[in-house]
Design a protein around this ligand. Sequence first.
Ligand code: SF4
Ligand code: SF4
Ligand code: FES
Length: 237
Amino acid sequence: MLIKLKIFRFDPGKDEKPYYKTYEVEADSMDRLLDCLNRIRWEQDPTLSYRWSCGHGICGSDGMRINGICGLPCQKLARDYKEEVLIEPLPVFKVIKDLIVDLDPFFEKYNSIKPYLITKAPPPDQERSQSAEQQNFLGKAIRCILCACCTAACPVNQNTETAGYVGPAALVRSFRYLFDSRDEGSEERIALLDRKDGAWGCQTLWKCTEVCPKEIPVTKEIGQIKKRIYETKDPKK
Ligand code: SF4
Ligand code: SF4
Ligand code: FES
């Protein structure tokens, strides 16, 4: 089948402003949109720039906007698109070239929430063990591949006045450690999260949950963080 992709193009080093270019490419029934992009790049236009690595929803590097919705082209079958497909970079972030955006601000926010296990007790002789039940509670959050689709789709992050909001991806990682039975840093984590640009920045608009390619219940996990902050302040609740 023939598929048409209308792709955002912008090279700040040479273009005065962004423009769209439409390409037609032959796709097989099992081809994903990423295969179509690769075919365009390999056979028609080697100047087209985008990130990808694994091709299978694992590395999280090919986040982009597909028909206005943030997602991964490696997880979208071309045959599911009957009309021309609009391909654009993730919103919120500065475009470096074509579909490649500057994710430094995303990772700065992510690093700000201490995305690692905080422990105070001396390390045990072997690993820090955890029961299957405790691990299952975090099981969905652990699936996060840091693709940034949720943060780019979040209306709070899209609003320049509230753009300082730490964003859903960082909050999913906070959830993962705040509720980890082995973590001993909950006091400092709560101090980082109990802020209007922390967990309280979330307005429960659900866009993050809608777009997450790993089906993580992002908004629900942010809600659990808010509940935990509330209970910490008033343990009777
Ligand atoms: S639920 Fe919260 S984090 Fe998710 S999109 Fe809405 S405001 Fe953003
Ligand atoms: S929570 Fe989902 S959408 Fe957000 S970065 Fe992780 S995998 Fe991507
Ligand atoms: S290419 Fe790795 S997640 Fe899509």
